[in-house]
Design a protein around this ligand. Structure first.
Ligand code: LLP
Length: 414
């Protein structure tokens, strides 16, 4: 992972800008994203897989801010989108449709139509029923859809149970036993062409062996598909590559994944597609929040009550995920405390029982590794307004999302 957030003169900074100055200018809570971090993560990924004919489609679900997408698109990468809304965002950010792959376990006919009319590179299917729907829509539009089939490799990658997806117990993909029927369907349905085989085994996966096992299965499917005469051009291995959240448990370097995967794939006559999200975005942003109150109860428990919460970053509540929390001003003394938000839920915390700098009320904390599945999973629960987002590039900062207003909270209501 890249290090674009570090202390300089006792103040936590993003690239050349101090976080307290950004907070003064833009208010809190505030997501601060390092442009250079996004770029360097993307380039590290590309460098690791340079020896493999491949195409990287940033998974925009990790952080779909238009400027984040634009930053990566300018580097040449494509996008993986999971809904009509994400397709809209990617197109709006200027990503050419022929660099976009459309996924999603439950796409509506409206979304399928949007994808086909836009001319996306590949639309992925996860059931025979969906294949029929794609064929129906394509026929209506007078088009032939370029389709990829998501295969369930039945590999249970070790990660949080909510983010493992390659297992036959989960809703994703079509398992091996169902593939014969899928191949028959492609022969029968005339508005579909099978060009891709796809998998995605989960997220935040540390052990490359899970990819090796699943890729092995995908290669077997490739063999049978070719045997049946299908022209498979793309082998999509999905995303899932890890980011470091806890310095005590550093993520496996991306080069370790590349070392295992490249020799398995480089002579297969396919373009390998990757869909990294977290690897690129997780450590590219922090969430800056103000300490509103400190309190200590009679049991001796100490709390920092801050102005951000699960409405801005739900990962600790939803996946018990670890995030580092740092004081923006360095402090010599520290305390053991919970950092909690203002939302009316006991699960509204960032950390529990953590050693943290002894910062007074009014000072700032930064919740690290908030760039992936942070702002995008934000909600308006408790009438909370979505926070502002800024992007830093060297010594420049620009607002990339305005803080929501009270009027916006009710604008769609009648
Ligand atoms: N491709 C597909 C088909 C996916 O479902 C996902 C993520 C990705 C790519 C990108 O995976 P990544 O490289 O980011 O691991 N909200 C959860 C993570 C959910 C991931 C969903 N799918 C979290 O905050 O941990």
């Amino acid at each position: 992972d890249s290090h674009f957030f570090s202390y300089s003169d006792g103040t936590l900074s993003c690239e050349s800008l101090k976080l307290d100055e950004l907070a003064r200018q833009y208010g809190t809570p505030l997501f601060v994203t390092s442009r250079q971090s996004l770029i360097s993560q993307y380039r590290a990924f590309e460098e690791a897989f340079a020896a493999l004919p491949h195409f990287t489609c940033y998974s925009v679900k990790a952080n779909f801010n238009l400027e984040v997408i634009r930053t990566l698109a300018a580097e040449g990468c494509g996008c993986d989108v999971n809904s009509g809304g994400e397709l809209y965002r990617a197109l709006k950010a200027g990503v050419p449709a022929e660099k976009i792959i459309m996924a999603g376990v439950g796409k509506t006919e409206e979304e399928i139509e949007y994808g086909l009319n836009s001319g996306v590179m590949m639309i992925k299917a996860e059931s025979t029923a969906e294949l029929k729907a794609i064929n129906r829509v394509a026929a209506r539009l007078g088009k032939v859809a370029q389709v990829g089939v998501r295969v369930t490799p039945n590999v249970t990658a070790e990660t949080h149970p909510y983010i493992t997806t390659g297992d036959s117990k989960e809703k994703f993909g079509i398992d091996e036993a169902g593939l014969a029927e899928v191949f028959d369907l492609f022969k029968a349905l005339t508005n579909l062409e099978l060009h891709g085989l796809d998998m995605h085994i989960g997220s935040q996966i540390f052990d490359p062996e899970y990819y090796v096992a699943a890729t092995q299965k995908l290669l077997e499917v490739l063999e049978s598909a070719r045997h049946l005469g299908f022209d498979i051009k793309w082998l999509d291995l999905g995303g899932g590559f890890p980011a470091t959240y806890d310095p005590q448990k550093p993520a496996t370097p991306i080069t370790k994944f590349a070392e295992k995967l490249i020799p398995m794939l480089d002579d297969k006559g396919v373009t390998v597609i990757f869909e990294p999200g977290r690897f690129i975005a997780a450590n590219s942003s922090v969430l800056v929040t103000k300490i509103l109150y400190r309190k200590k109860n009679h049991a001796g428990k100490e709390f920092f009550i801050v102005d951000a919460g699960m409405t801005e970053l739900i990962r600790p509540a939803l996946y018990q995920s670890h995030h580092e929390v740092l004081t923006v001003k360095q402090h010599d003394k520290s305390v053991v405390a919970d950092v909690v938000g203002p939302v009316c839920e006991s699960s509204d915390f960032f950390v529990r029982h953590r050693t943290i700098g002894d910062a007074p009320e009014g000072e700032l904390l930064a919740v690290l590794s908030s760039g992936a599945y942070g702002a995008v999973m934000g909600t308006n629960y408790n009438g909370r307004r979505r926070p502002a987002e800024v992007m830093v590039d060297g010594s420049e900062a620009k607002l990339i999302r305005r803080r929501e207003t009270y009027e916006q909270l009710v604008q769609n209501e009648i």
